[in-house]
Design a protein around this ligand. Structure first.
Ligand code: IVH
Length: 662
C-alpha cells in the first residue's frame, strides 16, 4: 500500500508539473482525477501514511490562528529603481567604474509579492513572505496550494529559492466579476488580489484563487558551484521551478534597451501584470564586487515602465494636519482608475507647490502614479478652463482646532502650533503605534481615531492603561474577547522593544528611524540620551546641528520629561537591546571605502563589522576617507586612494584584523 501511495504522489506531482509549469499535459483530466481519488482514498484509510509532499496538501483546508514568523537567513532586499535610458546608462556606468565589463540578465518585473521557498533534502519545508526583509510570515500552507511550486524538486538537495507570487489577469477578472455579483468590494489590481490571497489564514481560500509563482533568484549560488545568474536560472528550472522564458542574457546596454522596448510593447498582451524590467549583473563574482547598499543590491535595478497619465477633475483642495502640526493641501479628485487602482486624492505638498502648478479648483488635471504607487497631479490642462474655476486660497487657521497657523522662517510649510489640537494628537498616536515605531498591531488608524474621540486614548500613556478598560472594550462594536486580548498582548509586547523604537515613536522633530537607531546605539539608555548636550550630539556621525538642537529642545520640555518618566513607570524598556557597537581603535570614528573582492569576507560582512566597531562605510573616496580596503580587481577607487595618500588595507591585512575580532 505504501509503495502505491508513494508512486501516486510521484505520478501526480509530475502530472502537475507537466500541466502547470511546462504547459504540456501528459495525462487526461479523467486519468488525473482518478489518480487523485485513489490517493485521497488511501490517505483517508491510512492517515499514518500521509506525507507533507502529498498533492492532497495543495487542496488547502488548514486554518491558522495567525502566521508564524520566519527569519530570513539572508535578508530579502528590494530593488532600486530607474525610470529612463539615462538612469539605465548611469547604472551601467557605476558598474563599469568598478572595472567590470558587464553582461546582464534582463527579466520581466512581475507585479506580485515576493516569496522565499525553502527545501530540505528536496522537499518543500517552508515558504515565507518578505515581511520587513529580515522577518517574514510563514505562508507554507498557502504556497502549497500553488501548483507550479514543486512540493518535491528533482534533486534531494537543501536549497532556498526566491520568486514572485502572482495571479493571472484572467483569474483577476473572473474573481472580481464573481465579487461584483455578490456585491463585494472589488480588488484593485492583480497584486492586491495576490497579496490578499496569500494573507488568508484559511488555505482553501488561497487554493480557490489559483495563484501562480515565477522563480527568479537563488540566494546561495556558491553552494552549487554556480558562477552566473543565467546559470542559476537554468539550474532552478532544471530542478522543476517555473522560470520565466522571457528572461534574456544581454551583452550591453543597447541590447538591454531593445529588450525593454520589445517587452514594453508586448506588456498588455502578457497574461499577467508586469510593471517593469529587472536588470541583473550576470556574473556572480561581479555581483559580489558591486555588493549592496543598506536597502538594495548594487548589482541589480528595476526599470519601471513610465506611469500612465489620466485626466480627471480637481473637485476641491482640502487641508490635513500632520502630527507635527504641518498643514498639507490635498487634491480631491473625481475618482478615476489609474493602472488598476482608483485614485481619489493626491497630496499637493504645500502652498508653493499649488501655486507653481497654477492649480484652480474645478481644473481638469492630468494625474499619474509616481513610481507606480503614489498618486501625483502632473499639470492642469489650460485649454479645458471655462472660467468657472476658483482660485486656490491658502488657509490661515487650523482646519481642526481653529488656531492661527504659523509659517516658520525660511520654510514653505504652515504649522498649527496648538499642542492640544485633536488632529495632531491623533496623528502622534498613530505614529507611536506604527510598525516602524512601537509596532502595536491591532491599533490601526481608525481605531486610534475612534478611541481618541471616545476619550479612551487621549495620550500615549493611555495606551498602556487600556488594560484597565478591557471590559468596556469588549462591549465595543467590532471588538470581541479575542481581539481585545490580542491587542493587550501587542501592547505588552511593545514594552520590550529595543530603545530605538521608542525614540522614533516619540516623534521628536527631525528624528527619523535611522537617527533613532544611531542614538540608541550610541547612548544605550534613554537616561543617557536625555542628558546629552548639543556638542555631544553633533560629535556623532550622521547628526548635524539641526537634529541635535531638536533633540535637546525636546528633552528640555517638562511635559516630555514627564512622559518618559511615566512610560518608565509603566514598564516600557528604555535600553538598547540590539547589536552593540564595540568601538575598536582601528575603526572608531573612521570612514572606510571598500573596493574589489575580498577572499574571506563579503562586502556586507565587512560593512557590518566596521559599523559594529564604530566606523562608517562610504561609497566614494575623498580626503575624508580614513582607510580604503582593497580586494582583488579593485576599481578606480584604489588609484584615487593612492593618489590621495590614504591608508590602504589589503586582503591579507583585512583577514588578520577581522579574524582577530570574529
Ligand atoms: S530580483 C536581490 N527579479 O520586484 C534580488 N525581483 O521592486 C531581488 N520582482 O522585491 C529581487 N520580478 O518582489 C527580482 N524578475 C524579478 C522580479 C522581482 C518582480 C519584485 C520583487 C522585488 C521587487 C523590487
Amino acid at each position: 500500500m505504501e509503495e502505491r501511495y508513494l508512486e501516486l504522489i510521484k505520478i501526480i506531482n509530475e502530472a502537475d508539473y507537466n500541466y502547470h509549469t511546462l504547459d504540456k499535459p501528459t495525462i487526461t483530466d479523467q486519468e488525473y482525477d482518478s489518480l487523485l481519488r485513489e490517493l485521497y482514498n488511501i490517505e483517508e484509510e491510512h492517515p499514518e501514511l500521509v506525507r507533507s509532499d502529498s498533492p492532497s496538501k495543495r487542496a488547502g483546508g488548514q486554518i491558522l490562528d495567525e502566521f508564524k514568523k520566519i527569519t530570513h537567513e539572508i535578508p530579502m532586499l528590494s530593488l532600486s529603481n530607474v525610470f529612463n535610458e539615462e538612469e539605465i546608462r548611469q547604472f551601467d556606468d557605476r558598474i563599469r567604474k568598478e572595472g567590470i565589463d558587464p553582461k546582464y540578465v534582463a527579466e520581466l518585473k512581475i507585479d506580485g509579492l515576493s516569496v522565499s521557498l525553502n527545501y530540505k533534502q528536496g522537499k518543500l519545508i517552508s515558504a515565507a513572505t518578505r515581511g520587513d526583509g529580515v522577518v517574514g510570515e510563514d505562508i507554507t500552507n498557502n504556497v502549497k496550494t500553488i501548483k507550479t511550486v514543486p512540493l518535491t524538486i528533482k534533486e534531494p538537495i537543501d536549497i532556498e529559492v526566491r520568486g514572485e507570487i502572482y495571479i493571472s489577469k484572467k483569474r483577476f477578472n473572473e474573481i472580481n466579476a464573481e465579487r461584483e455579483k455578490q456585491g463585494l468590494e472589488l480588488y484593485q489590481n492583480c497584486r492586491n488580489l495576490a497579496a490578499g490571497s496569500i494573507r488568508q489564514l484559511d488555505s482553501s481560500i488561497a487554493a480557490s484563487r489559483k495563484l501562480d509563482c515565477w522563480i527568479y533568484h537563488l540566494p546561495n549560488p556558491d553552494d552549487y558551484g554556480i558562477k552566473t545568474h543565467y546559470e542559476a536560472l537554468e539550474f532552478m528550472k532544471n530542478l522543476g521551478f517555473k522560470v520565466n522564458p522571457n528572461n534574456r542574457l544581454v551583452n550591453n546596454v543597447e541590447e538591454l534597451l531593445d529588450f525593454i522596448k520589445e517587452k514594453g510593447e508586448k506588456r498588455e498582451s502578457l497574461p499577467y501584470d508586469i510593471d517593469g524590467i529587472v536588470i541583473k549583473l550576470n556574473n556572480l563574482n561581479e555581483q559580489k564586487i558591486m555588493g549592496f547598499t543598506a536597502k538594495y543590491p548594487r548589482w541589480a535595478t528595476a526599470y519601471k515602465f513610465p506611469a500612465k497619465e489620466v485626466l480627471t477633475k480637481l473637485e476641491d483642495i482640502i487641508f490635513t494636519v500632520g502630527r507635527t502640526g504641518q498643514i498639507t493641501p490635498n487634491a480631491v479628485l473625481s475618482p478615476v482608475l489609474v493602472q488598476g487602482s482608483t485614485i481619489r486624492r493626491a497630496t499637493l505638498h504645500n502652498e508653493d507647490y499649488v501655486k507653481e502648478k497654477d492649480l484652480k479648483i474645478g481644473d481638469t488635471v492630468s494625474i499619474r502614479k509616481a513610481g507606480d504607487v503614489i498618486p501625483e497631479v502632473v499639470e492642469r490642462i489650460l485649454d479645458r478652463r471655462d472660467g468657472t474655476e476658483k482660485e486656490f486660497v491658502m488657509i490661515d487657521k487650523c482646519p481642526i482646532c481653529g488656531s492661527k497657523l504659523v509659517k516658520k522662517e525660511g520654510q514653505v510649510d504652515y504649522f498649527c502650533l496648538n499642542p492640544l489640537c485633536d488632529r495632531r494628537n491623533i496623528e502622534s498616536l498613530i505614529h507611536f503605534v506604527d510598525r516602524h515605531a512601537m509596532n502595536i498591531t491591532g491599533l490601526g488608524e481608525r481605531i486610534i481615531e475612534d478611541f481618541y474621540n471616545m476619550g479612551i486614548i487621549r495620550n500615549i500613556t493611555d495606551i498602556y492603561h487600556l488594560k484597565k478598560n478591557a471590559e468596556d472594550l469588549v462591549e465595543l462594536e467590532g471588538f470581541g474577547n479575542k481581539s481585545v486580548n490580542n491587542l493587550l498582548e501587542a501592547i505588552e509586547e511593545s514594552k520590550k522593544n529595543s530603545l530605538e523604537k521608542l525614540i522614533f515613536a516619540l516623534g521628536i522633530e527631525q528624528v527619523g528611524e535611522k537617527t533613532a537607531r544611531v542614538l540608541a546605539r550610541k547612548f544605550e539608555t534613554m537616561d543617557n540620551l536625555m542628558i546629552a548636550d548639543q556638542e555631544t550630539l553633533t560629535n556623532i556621525q550622521d547628526i548635524g546641528e539641526i537634529i541635535a538642537e531638536s533633540i535637546v529642545t525636546y528633552f528640555s520640555k517638562e511635559e516630555n520629561k514627564k512622559l518618559i518618566s511615566d512610560l518608565k513607570d509603566l514598564g516600557i524598556n528604555m535600553v538598547y537591546t540590539g547589536e552593540k557597537i564595540e568601538a575598536k581603535d582601528e575603526f572608531a570614528d573612521k570612514t572606510f571605502v571598500i573596493t574589489g573582492t575580498l577572499s574571506n569576507y563579503t562586502r556586507d560582512e565587512v560593512k557590518r563589522m566596521i559599523e559594529n566597531f564604530g566606523g562608517k562605510v562610504s561609497d566614494s573616496v575623498s580626503k575624508k576617507t580614513s582607510v580604503v580596503i582593497v580586494g582583488e580587481n579593485p576599481g578606480s577607487k584604489y588609484d584615487k586612494a593612492q593618489a590621495l595618500g590614504i591608508e590602504i588595507w589589503n586582503d591579507e591585512q583585512v583577514n588578520e584584523i577581522f579574524d582577530n575580532y570574529k
